[in-house]
Design a protein around this ligand. Structure first.
Ligand code: AHR
Length: 502
């Protein structure tokens, strides 16, 4: 059966915020050290940044980059990470049972963003695990105050005369999780988040603040957590965070392919909860969503080694270096579609993470950098998913999944650029069957298929590796056309598709 939907410029979800294409650099494994920063590497610049990685980061098209954690942030002492490198202390990183050398710190992070280009924006996470209001204010003063105070002058003495201008701040990380250093109950966290937010706004009323939502929809405290913390912070914060990672469970690939069903329900449930609190408070304000950690992550592999003795305070150990298959990339593309379909309320999203750690970019110390399969959907969405998301309601054949019941085989969205061109992003979740697609183009002035790019492979388990870094790349789709105002195509089994119309 054919999958169908209609596009009409009159029916829109909303404008895509460029921050939807954010990513995340955590002091974890080799994301920083031998990932983005490797002073001894032949491609390193004068600051020790790997220029080969910088080029891939630019090609990926990331915007906002969250830093320095993640779980790491809940033990982070920002003052260890500034000033002369030789004076910076080595510290235990409890989150990842590693040794943090602090050779890369706050100033290096800002320099990294500048080298990526003007699209890169900082998103700084605060330690509300082992620290609180005072340290948050000190970091804000060090980072953002122009001059003439102890901490702003210290920044200048450290070589950064100009303030960093960090606008977007996360009030802690995953504070609902018992694994988090300094884990809190919703009431405890709601109070510290509110007080930190209130104080930070005393320095600068214009800061944008993200309160910690749940670490996943399956947390036992989910929704009650959001309601409690938003009751404390509603007028003081701008966003609430969501985190979600997906992997096949017990070999159930069909459910894995429908992971976006969970992601979309998570988004809709957080919107409902936030709006319920807003209604209770009789507030006109809307809280937006910061999906600031999302990805495919084989977390069960991590849990297998999490407590092993070999993980004994190493520097930049190889951790969470998942190697992604074509199947993973199709699920990943579907997660991107889920974010775009909610672009009216999801105004920040961060792919966790950027390099080596569950990442689209991999590196070898002293060696090359390459693109994982997941690199391609992200780069294409970041490039062509700009403009206004059109309201897509699919009429699709379905399949049965153990986890989510009946799910659509087609998952899709469409984005209309300012020049009137439209890009359709579509996933065929069938592992065996091609899926005929028809899209009625209604009131859109579109006559030609500019490009149909497909990520699919006869071997759904194919991956890019150090030995074969270009084993998987997108190819051109065949027989995609516009006939009588209808886009017609056939989506390959288990495929991610980008169809550009002009
Ligand atoms: O991205 C890896 C980890 O996942 C982060 O440190 C944490 O916030 C989440 O649990």
């Amino acid at each position: 059966r054919t999958a169908r939907f209609t596009l009409d410029p009159a029916f829109q979800v909303g404008e895509v915020n460029p921050r939807l294409f954010g990513s995340f650099v955590e002091h974890l494994g080799r994301c920083v050290y031998t990932g983005i920063f490797e002073p001894d590497h032949p491609a390193a610049d004068e600051a020790g940044l790997r220029t080969d990685v910088l080029e891939l980061v630019r090609e990926l098209g990331v915007t906002t980059i969250r830093y320095p954690g993640g779980n790491f942030v809940s033990g982070y002492k920002w003052e260890d990470s500034v000033g002369p490198v030789e004076d910076r202390p080595r510290r235990l990183d409890l989150a990842w049972r590693s040794t943090e050398t602090n050779r890369f710190g706050l100033s290096e992070y800002i320099a990294f963003l500048k080298k990526i280009g003007p699209q890169a924006e900082p998103m700084m996470a605060l330690n509300l695990g082992t620290r609180g209001v005072a340290e948050a204010l000190e970091l804000q003063e060090y980072a953002n105050h122009p001059a003439g105070t102890a901490l702003s002058d210290l920044r200048a003495a450290h070589g950064d005369k100009d303030p960093f201008g960090i606008k977007l701040w996360c009030l802690g990380n995953e504070m609902d999780g018992p694994w988090q250093t300094g884990h809190k109950t919703a009431t405890e966290y709601g109070r510290i988040a509110a007080e930190t937010a209130r104080a930070m706004r005393q320095i600068d009323p214009g800061v944008e603040l993200v309160a910690c939502g749940s670490s996943s929809q399956s947390m036992p405290t989910f929704a009650a957590w959001e309601a409690t913390i938003l009751e404390e912070t509603y007028d003081l914060v701008d966003h609430i965070s969501l985190h979600a990672y997906y992997q096949p469970e017990n070999g159930d690939i069909d459910s894995f392919l429908a992971s976006a069903v969970d992601m979309e329900s998570f988004i809709e449930n957080v919107i409902a909860t936030a709006d319920h609190v807003g209604a209770k408070l009789k507030s006109k304000k809307k809280i937006n969503l910061s999906f600031d950690e999302w990805n495919v992550w084989y977390i069960s592999k991590w849990h297998e080694i999490e407590n092993s003795e070999t993980r004994d305070w190493a520097e930049a150990p190889r951790l969470l270096e998942d190697n992604y298959s074509v199947t993973d990339a199709v699920v990943f593309g579907s997660l991107l579609i889920a974010l775009l379909r909610h672009a009216d309320r999801v105004t920040v999203a961060c792919l966790a993470q950027l390099v080596n750690v569950i990442a689209p970019i991999m590196t070898e110390p002293g060696g090359p950098a390459w693109r994982q399969t997941t690199f391609f959907p992200f780069a294409q969405a970041a490039k062509y998913g700009r403009g206004r998301v059109l309201d897509v309601r699919v009429d699709s054949p379905t399949y049965e999944t153990q986890k989510y019941g009946e799910a659509d085989l087609l998952h899709a969205t469409a984005v209309r650029a300012e020049d009137g061109s439209v890009t359709v992003f579509a996933v065929n979740r069938s592992r065996t069957e091609a899926l005929p697609l028809e899209v009625a183009l209604g009131g859109l002035d579109l006559s030609r298929v500019v490009e149909h790019s497909v990520l699919a492979d006869a071997d759904p388990d194919a991956r890019n590796t150090l030995a074969a870094p270009e084993r998987v790349v997108p190819h051109t789709g065949e027989d995609t056309s516009i006939e009588g105002g209808v886009l017609k195509s056939v989506l390959e089994p288990l495929s991610w598709n980008v169809i550009r119309l002009g």
